[in-house]
Design a protein around this ligand. Structure first.
Ligand code: ADP
Length: 244
């Protein structure tokens, strides 16, 4: 579903991604681990073109872009539609209701019929345990509920791939479990997911592949059992020791 080949990105003089390669099979969950500042978020944002890589060939579902070569706005728009991103701080519009937040993308951007978008939103809200919340405003919900709305909003775009950037790290500890449960349900439904997280237990339970990124390179990659329980690289061991 995803192929990343030679992904590079600098911000000014700061080379953040130094040639990243990995693949993500359809229907699988990849967890990206690594120290703060190692480039994890930039990888995820590159998969959605929120950051434009300097070079590298990236395929996301049906669209391949050679970021070193010429590409146009239409290519980027098609590339971006393949995936949807869930942010650490959900980024819901505070003055809009839950329903309005969810259907904005499908109705305004994707021009889908409003009735279809509403029906889909209600079905997805039920799936994540938020039946009856459609007319609330975000500030009437707990942080965990808001984050579940953020996930529904991404799902409503009907992407091929779901990208999660530290989806639980802004939550109070007692709210983390509900959000991870939603991610587990999505994995069980067969979604292709890439998740940046420090939740090692979640990675052990759900990840088909774990990628350890350090200083802009993929330092180690394998199953959770390999990378977390029997890391081959010193840097991976040091990182995990601090986390566990
Ligand atoms: P991680 O997700 O692993 O914490 P990031 O991908 O967020 O790492 O950041 C990697 C590096 O890139 C950091 O040094 C960060 O300061 C830098 N960086 C990220 N985004 C920008 C930006 N928009 N402008 C300048 N520097 C950035």
């Amino acid at each position: 579903m995803i192929d990343v080949d030679g992904l590079r990105k600098s911000f000014g003089d700061n080379e953040v991604l130094k040639g990243i390669d990995f693949s993500v099979p359809a229907g699988s969950v990849t967890v990206i681990l690594g120290p703060s500042g190692s480039g994890k978020t930039t990888i995820l944002r590159s998969l959605n073109a929120l950051d434009r890589p300097d070079s590298g060939i990236v395929r996301v579902a049906d669209v391949t872009i050679d970021f070193g070569g010429p590409y146009g706005k239409a290519d980027i728009a098609r590339y971006r539609r393949q995936s949807a991103m869930v942010f650490q701080n959900h980024n819901l519009f505070p003055h809009k209701t839950v329903l309005e937040n969810i259907i904005e993308g499908p109705v305004i951007v994707q021009k889908r019929p409003r009735a279809d978008a509403v029906a889909e939103a209600e079905r997805l809200l039920a799936d994540v345990g938020l039946t009856g919340k459609r007319d609330d405003h975000p500030d009437q919900l707990s942080g965990g509920q808001q984050q579940r709305v953020g996930i529904v909003r991404a799902l409503a775009l009907q992407p091929k791939v779901m990208l999660f950037d530290e989806p639980t790290s802004a939550l109070d500890p007692e709210l983390v479990g509900d959000v991870l449960k939603v991610l587990k349900d999505l994995a069980a439904q067969g979604w292709t997911m890439v998740v940046v997280t420090h939740e090692i237990r979640f990675a052990r339970q759900v990840a088909d592949q774990v990628i350890f990124v350090d200083d802009g390179v993929v330092c180690e990659r394998g199953t959770a059992a390999q990378v977390i329980d029997e890391p081959a690289e010193d840097r991976t061991r040091q990182f995990l020791r601090r986390l566990l």
